[in-house]
Design a protein around this ligand. Structure first.
Ligand SMILES: Cc1cc2nc3c(=O)[nH]c(=O)nc-3n(C[C@H](O)[C@H](O)[C@H](O)COP(=O)(O)OP(=O)(O)OC[C@H]3O[C@@H](n4cnc5c(N)ncnc54)[C@H](O)[C@@H]3O)c2cc1C
Length: 461
């Protein structure tokens, strides 16, 4: 749905077809864009019989922020920064404020968001509801660890201030709870001090998966941020060959003289725009193999001390607006799993399976997670995480992903709800041991079922 269509829908709740970022499985819901708390409360009150769900910037990949036949509450009208203490880096804002806005506000005084996913086009409400992680999970944990409090509008219209100390049960059900405990209205976040808006980045091109994993393990101890881009189609001796980038925020003294005058400069505008619609067949095993080859060869075998901007290092895909259209009208399916440390052979077996299936994932990212947060449905756990995106029309994709589910479950791992589009309710329940507690809390909080999404109906959340 375009931003214009949302604005036209206003508070009237006009029916609109929605998808997530992967552009699969569209469903029609009434969409409203409130700008005040009492409007949100009124919408929740009128939500039955099909219920309502909050939606931020729609960057979750499938249908977590969709509600077929019901109501979708856009939070982008709740976009005020409420306070910012430049001495302590504590910032409070409404839930529809984007991470990009937090970056532009914070950086002026030398503060950066504590955790950034691979896009900054995410609201603070969406970041809490998916308890998002970034390249620094091994050091900083996931997003909720840095949230001081959340103002949550409950399904019965009451408003509660949650914090890890004052109301831990509801706080940790809301962090990672995919919008199903209430509508987040406001939150306070502890930002991270930085001296500049650039990073000092080291790059290593690895010959295979073993070298990539060894390199990532070593990087955890040396860098605040690290991740590997992986060639999922490479096979044989080159299986899992990767480009590992690791870095930390630069000090002013690290910058070239020309950049020292404005060490905190940040220009977030996207430079390019993908066409509104692309023909099918642009992303295939052949084009992805070519792109992977070019990307791999372009990377230096080893480079140290390169200065990169926030956009280049954290959000390269944000440089192209609407890049999700390049997969064509069929859209794409993201798949992200984590398996515990000690299950390295499972990661290798799954990469082998994907390569053997010639399944073309355009963006494939491998990373190590550190200790988990307490979120009932938070995704990260200590271990290896691999994120992939496949054109939805890839032949044999359904069987491939079912096989991956089984292997991930057997290894004691799980898939990420913000990206999932097809895991079964039974498999999900086995992957998330605290799901029963989450359901119990939902039954107490929301007996009438005022909060619902396509995701919650499919998985019985
Ligand atoms: C290019 C790209 C890269 C990404 N990289 C990463 C990554 O590195 N790490 C990572 O963890 N994720 C990543 N993501 C996923 C993304 O960070 C999450 O899906 C995030 O939740 C999207 O936020 P949003 O504001 O767009 O929320 P939406 O997609 O609109 O909604 C996501 C969920 O949040 C809920 N929600 C939204 N606002 C509220 C609110 N105010 N109150 C209650 N619930 C609410 C919705 O109901 C829904 O369940 C990436 C996505 C993209 C497109």
């Amino acid at each position: 749905m375009s931003e214009r269509a949302i604005r036209q829908a206003g508070m009237t709740g006009r029916p609109v077809a929605l998808t997530g970022w992967g552009r699969v499985d569209p469903t029609v819901a009434r969409v409203a864009e409130p700008s005040r708390r009492d409007e949100v409360a009124g919408l929740l009150e009128a939500a039955l019989p099909r219920g309502a769900i909050a939606r931020g910037l729609g960057r979750s990949y499938n249908n977590a922020a969709q509600n077929e036949g019901g109501l979708v509450i856009m939070t982008t009208g709740l976009r005020r920064i409420l306070s910012f203490d430049q001495a302590s880096g504590l910032i409070s804002c409404e839930a529809g404020v984007s991470l990009e806005t937090l970056m532009t506000t914070g950086l002026q005084a030398g503060w950066f968001v504590p955790v950034s996913p691979g896009t900054r086009q995410v609201t603070i409400g969406g970041a809490i509801a998916a308890d998002v992680h970034g390249k620094n999970h091994h050091r900083a944990g996931s997003f909720a660890r840095h949230v001081r409090w959340i103002d949550l509008l409950l399904p019965d219209g009451r408003e509660l201030r949650l914090s890890p100390d004052a109301n831990p049960r509801l706080f940790w059900a809301t962090a990672g709870g995919m919008g199903l405990t209430g509508v987040i209205l406001r939150a306070e976040l502890q930002l991270t001090k930085v001296e500049t808006s650039r990073l000092v980045v080291d790059t290593v091109r690895t010959v295979d998966l073993d070298e990539a994993m060894a390199c990532l393990a070593e990087a955890d101890g040396r860098y605040g941020y690290t991740v590997a881009w992986l060639d999922c189609l490479a096979s044989g001796k080159r299986l899992g060959r990767s480009v590992v980038t690791s870095g930390d925020f630069a000090a002013v003294a690290d910058l070239p003289a020309t950049d020292r005058r404005q060490p905190l400069a940040f220009s977030p505008a996207a430079r390019l725009r993908a066409p509104a619609s692309c023909p099918p067949g642009l992303i295939t095993r052949y084009t992805v193999a070519l792109a992977n080859e070019a990307w791999y060869r372009k990377a230096p075998r080893r480079r140290e001390g390169e200065i990169q901007t926030i956009g280049t290092f954290f959000h390269p895909l944000d440089g192209i607006r609407n890049w999700n259209t390049v997969y064509g009208p069929g859209g794409f399916r993201q798949y992200q799993f984590v398996v515990p440390f000690g299950q390295e052979q499972v990661v290798r077996a799954l990469v082998e399976r994907i390569s053997a299936a010639h399944a073309p994932s355009f963006v494939t990212v491998l990373k190590r997670f550190g200790p988990a947060d307490e979120g009932y449905l938070s995704f990260p756990m200590p271990g290896w995480t691999l994120a992939l995106d496949f054109p939805a029309r890839t032949p044999g994709l359904t069987a491939l992903l079912l096989g991956l589910d089984d292997a991930v479950l057997t290894a004691g791992g799980r898939v990420y709800l913000a990206k999932d589009s097809r895991v079964s309710p039974e498999v999900l329940a086995a992957m998330y041991p605290r799901l029963a507690d989450f359901r119990q809390l939902r039954a107490e909080l929301d007996p009438a079922g005022r909060l619902a999404s396509d995701l919650s109906r499919r998985l019985g959340l």
